[in-house]
Ligand binder design. Structure first.
Ligand code: MRU
Length: 349
């Protein structure tokens, strides 16, 4: 499924705020439109935000007609960095594009523009491949006739490829077709579950049931859930995981009910600079999103509302983390440290 396309020196974005009602594409001819699309969640999900930003930086370069391309692109990168704070993928991509600029300052503008576009294309391809590798590792964690619970949207819409948590579920369905039921939360306030996961599951004909966010405890208490799989926006070195608001609640409930709780994420969603989750910046969004549903007011005028977009699940509530390099089990601090060192060695070779 395509959610982004680079064509005619523009970035086309499938507007996810219009789904499932309309499949509408936005043509971004200016990088500011890409920033706007990220802020408004027209493109969303940690890996997809990163890929969009990669192309956004390339778009800015290609449209630039001035005399100091490196300086201009560094400014553009700083603007993208202010779009959404929590998903680390965005910052990884901006760092990569910044390094392209730094290493190739002496090159002609034409060459540098092409290099930034090629880097964006490479980032897209890498994310696509990662999602298939994650699905391949994660599929064996889904027992036959399973009832699986997932949260938010972690499918193709969020990742470019197959998905992370939803990618694993899809892969299990493609291979064996004996998932009993995928339960998915509506994911208030912006309904990424009901609108987007619902849309993806329906297209694949996977047996699925929508629940409101507050039904999870009831469902688990009835022993209806065999496992929970969610995605991640940022994972610290000790395994603490930032993901869509409500994930923490699911994890606490899963622990209480002895249900395995898995996080699926590419290594581009890990932040090895952070010892634990306490320093992860949680995006605070406009309270208006809580005060309305699909544009309709649901509370009296003058009421206060809060709208944190993510929460942190402490590592001790996580059974395992599924990545493109394999499944990581506790002790997370020790095992993630090994991965961090392996990546550093790869980079220095
Ligand atoms: O606010 P969103 O829709 O960008 O939040 C998305 C999530 O929290 C996903 O679970 C996460 O990005 C993982 S997607 C593979």
């Amino acid at each position: 499924m395509k959610i982004l396309e680079w064509k005619n020196n523009s970035l086309f974005i499938l507007d996810q705020t219009k789904l499932p009602w309309k499949e509408e594409w936005i043509q971004c001819q200016k990088y500011q439109q890409v920033i706007d699309a990220i802020k408004k969640l027209k493109v969303r999900g940690a890996p997809a935000i990163g890929v969009a930003a990669g192309y956004g930086v390339a778009l800015a370069a290609i449209k630039y007609t001035g005399y100091n391309l490196p300086e201009y692109i560094n400014g553009v990168i700083s603007e993208f960095a202010l779009s959404r704070p929590t998903a680390v993928n965005l910052f990884m991509v901006l760092k990569r594009q910044g390094e392209i600029v730094l290493k190739n300052k002496q090159k002609s503008s034409v060459e540098l523009k092409l290099m930034l576009l090629e880097e964006a294309q490479r980032i897209e391809e890498e994310e696509r491949e990662r999602s298939y590798a994650i699905a391949n590792y994660g599929v064996d964690l889904i027992p036959d006739k399973a009832n699986v619970l997932t949260h938010c949207n972690t499918g193709s819409l969020a990742t470019i490829g197959l998905g992370t948590a939803l990618g694993i579920i899809k892969e299990a369905w493609y291979r064996r077709r004996n998932i009993n039921m995928v339960y998915f939360t509506e994911t208030r306030p912006l309904l990424q579950g009901s609108r987007l996961t619902g849309w993806e599951l329906t297209r694949e004909n996977i047996p699925s049931t929508l629940i409101t966010d507050n039904m999870v405890g009831y469902l688990m208490s009835k022993k209806n859930i065999d496992l929970v799989i969610v995605g991640a926006d940022r994972i610290a070195l000790n395994g603490d995981t930032a993901n869509k608001i409500g994930t923490y609640t699911l994890a606490v409930l899963a622990k209480y009910h002895n249900i395995p709780f898995y996080v699926a994420a590419p290594l581009s969603s890990f932040d090895f600079q952070l010892e634990n989750g306490s320093n992860i910046v949680i995006e605070e969004r406009d309270p208006e999103e809580v005060l309305s549903v699909a544009g309709k007011k649901i509370a009296p005028d003058g009421i206060n509302a809060m709208n944190p977009a993510f929460d942190i699940t402490p590592n001790e509530l996580i059974t395992a983390i599924i990545t493109e390099k394999g499944i990581i089990f506790p002790p997370f601090r020790e095992n993630l440290e090994k991965i961090r060192r392996a990546i550093e060695n790869e980079d220095s070779n």
